[in-house]
Ligand binder design. Structure first.
Ligand code: GTP
Ligand code: MG
Length: 195
């Protein structure tokens, strides 16, 4: 079993320029309420490291966490909510995070979280296309595996990757609630940060 990531909260930064430098970094991105903060807590085996919200869109800042090795994780602001899809919303999110995604020195990988229960929204698909177009390395992570009914799992494990434009084997399925896929993701984060 991969042990928990040692993470310490450092600061919430409004903009890229406010973030401390890092040797290597992994970012968590996804729409509001997809489970970014919950996943970060699961990776660290901590309950309250990152704030889990009942109200969507509460993380409006770049939340910066460090490891003992001087590498880091960033919890990015969520974009949109549920099925909301609009170019304007994507633009608003990009205005806040584009500079980070394109210019952050040390950024190795973006974990792009997609809600496993509802699949990618059109906004998710637009963000995936944007990351691809700009050559930003990303890994699709499907969240809330526990909320997908057993009868729908097989089909969802084909449909969700297809809608994201990747192979089924390329998606990591997780449940922060039930500790599904967390070890695998910890290993990926460790490898990525130490490479
Ligand atoms: P913002 O910060 O608003 O962008 O949201 P977020 O992406 O950080 O989501 P957050 O972790 O705050 O979780 C949103 C809601 O989903 C909370 O009510 C969580 O308890 C719930 N949730 C997160 N992960 C899971 C999961 O694996 N399973 C289930 N059932 N619920 C989850
Ligand atoms: Mg959050």
């Amino acid at each position: 079993m991969a042990s928990a990531l040692k993470l310490e909260f450092v600061m919430s930064a409004p903009r890229l320029a406010d973030l401390p430098p890092t040797a290597a970094e992994v970012a968590l991105a996804g729409r509001s309420n997809v489970g970014k903060s919950s996943l970060l807590n699961a990776l660290a085996s901590a309950r309250k490291l990152a704030t889990v919200s009942s109200k969507p869109g509460s993380t409006k800042l770049l939340n910066f966490f460090v490891t003992p090795q001087g590498t880091s994780l960033v919890d990015l602001p969520g974009y949109g909510y549920a099925s909301t899809a609009s170019a304007r919303m994507r633009e608003a999110w990009l205005r806040r995070t584009e500079r980070y995604l394109l210019q952050r020195e040390g950024l190795r990988l973006v974990l792009l979280l997609v809600d496993g229960e509802i699949g990618p929204t059109s906004l998710d698909q637009e963000v995936i296309a944007w990351l691809r177009d700009h050559g930003v390395p990303f890994q699709i992570v499907a969240t809330k595996h526990d909320k997908v009914k057993a009868s729908k799992r097989d089909r969802r494990k084909r449909d969700l990757p297809a809608a994201c434009g990747v192979a089924p084997s390329e998606v990591i399925w997780v449940s922060a609630e039930r500790n599904v896929g967390i070890d695998r993701l910890r290993e990926l984060v460790r490898e990525t940060l130490s490479a």
